[in-house]
Ligand binder design. Structure first.
Ligand SMILES: *[C@@H]1O[C@H](CO)[C@@H](O)[C@H](O)[C@H]1NC(C)=O
Ligand SMILES: *[C@@H]1O[C@H](CO)[C@@H](O)[C@H](O)[C@H]1NC(C)=O
Ligand SMILES: *[C@@H]1O[C@H](CO)[C@@H](O)[C@H](O)[C@H]1NC(C)=O
Ligand SMILES: *[C@@H]1O[C@H](CO)[C@@H](O)[C@H](O)[C@H]1NC(C)=O
Length: 338
């Protein structure tokens, strides 16, 4: 009676053998690996066992076990070295497959078909979709000033909550032989003490941004030696994804280029203009003097002398100690005063 019941249940659910699979569709990680479950309750003698793994729509096998051994030669080439049984598990009735190096093409329905004696049983295993951990910030070039700070962007988009990434690291990677750890986040925690000494106390994440997947790096007090390529690398569920950001030119001077330009070119031109003006005004002055309007003449000449000496004195001043903001301020005044 008991045997009949079991047979009836098996008939209802399968074509003979009761084969077990996953409770739900699977989600794989791009570049990662996944186990496709398939097993029977009670193991069979493997010599009389045949297990076929096939993907719907494909003729050849993903993998095959027959006559007591795995048959890689029967595999579709794209699965060779990528799909494996667990050999020590087969004897226990566990015919699961490990599929490695997942690509988007691996999405689909697979069938695990088990033949034993006259019986057949099968179970579908679906890889519903392949998730990718997307890292953005790629190929950005960041500029800065020595002594100030720069922000290197890295945004990670994934179905995995950022706190559960195995690891996120920032590394300086331009010297392949000498990759330097700038900052490490592992097991949900930031490890500032892991940073290379060159970056210690200078590199930080924006803590409050991490839950959004924003793993941008703030690098303080940048040095000329910081120039180069940096990689934001994420390890999550077997897959590794990354983006690189470059720290480009770092200005050492305090002045942007256009200010230098103003200071080099303008004084010469301005001086020439001032001399021409001087000539014109001198003639006027002469007339005025003759007309005995001395007070106004003195005022005008003082003005002209100030005006003509302005470019040179400003350049001298700013070269000595003025800050960038004063430079701009004076330069603007200097331009409008001409
Ligand atoms: C998986 O991919 C990596 C990188 O492309 C490659 O080096 C490795 O050999 C691949 N492994 C298999 C089993 O195909
Ligand atoms: C089958 O073997 C794999 C790999 O060892 C394991 O992950 C899985 O849990 C096993 N399944 C069963 C039903 O024992
Ligand atoms: C993070 O966890 C992994 C695995 O649990 C462990 O190997 C690693 O040492 C941990 N890292 C740190 C920095 O504690
Ligand atoms: C990440 O956070 C930093 C600091 O708040 C911010 O400057 C940056 O714009 C953020 N990036 C993105 C993509 O939101």
């Amino acid at each position: 009676m008991f045997r009949v019941l079991i047979a009836a249940a098996a008939l209802l659910t399968t074509e003979g053998l009761l084969v077990q699979g996953p409770a739900q569709s699977l989600v794989a990680q791009l570049g990662g690996s996944i186990t496709l479950p398939c097993s029977v309750e009670t193991p069979f003698p493997v010599e009389e066992l045949k297990v076929e793994w096939k993907k719907t729509g494909e003729e050849a096998y993903m993998h095959l076990f027959q006559n007591g051994e795995v048959r890689p030669e029967a595999q579709y080439p794209s699965y060779r070295d990528r799909a494996h049984f667990f050999p020590e598990q087969i004897f226990k009735g566990n015919f699961s497959i490990l599929l490695e190096n997942i690509t988007v093409k691996d999405t689909g329905i697979y069938r695990c078909v088990v033949y034993f004696d006259q019986d057949v049983g099968e179970i579908p295993v679906t890889i519903q979709h392949v998730e990718r951990v997307v890292v953005t910030g790629e190929d950005e070039i960041v500029f800065g000033r020595v002594g100030e700070e720069v922000v290197l962007n890295c945004m990670i988009d994934s179905h995995i909550p950022p706190q559960h990434f195995d690891e996120v690291s920032w590394k300086k990677v331009d010297k392949k032989s000498d990759i330097v750890l700038v900052l490490l986040f592992q097991n949900g925690t930031i490890f500032p003490e892991s940073s290379h000494e060159h970056y210690r106390d200078r590199a930080e994440f924006f803590r409050e941004e991490i839950p959004k997947g924003n793993f941008s790096l703030r690098l303080k007090n940048v040095q000329t030696a910081d120039k180069g390529e940096y990689m934001c690398e994420v390890h999550a569920e077997y897959s590794v994804s990354s983006a690189t950001v470059e720290i480009g030119r770092l200005d050492t001077g305090k002045k942007p280029m256009y200010i230098n330009y103003l200071q080099v070119v303008c004084p010469n031109i301005c001086l020439s203009i001032a001399f021409v003006l001087w000539g014109v005004i001198e003639a006027v002055l002469h007339d005025l003097w003759n007309a005995s309007q001395r007070n106004e003449a003195v005022l005008v000449s003082v003005g002209v002398i100030l005006l003509s000496s302005m470019p040179a004195s400003l350049q001298a001043l700013s070269n000595i100690f003025l800050t960038r903001f004063f430079d701009i301020h004076f330069s603007l005044r200097f331009v409008t005063s001409m």
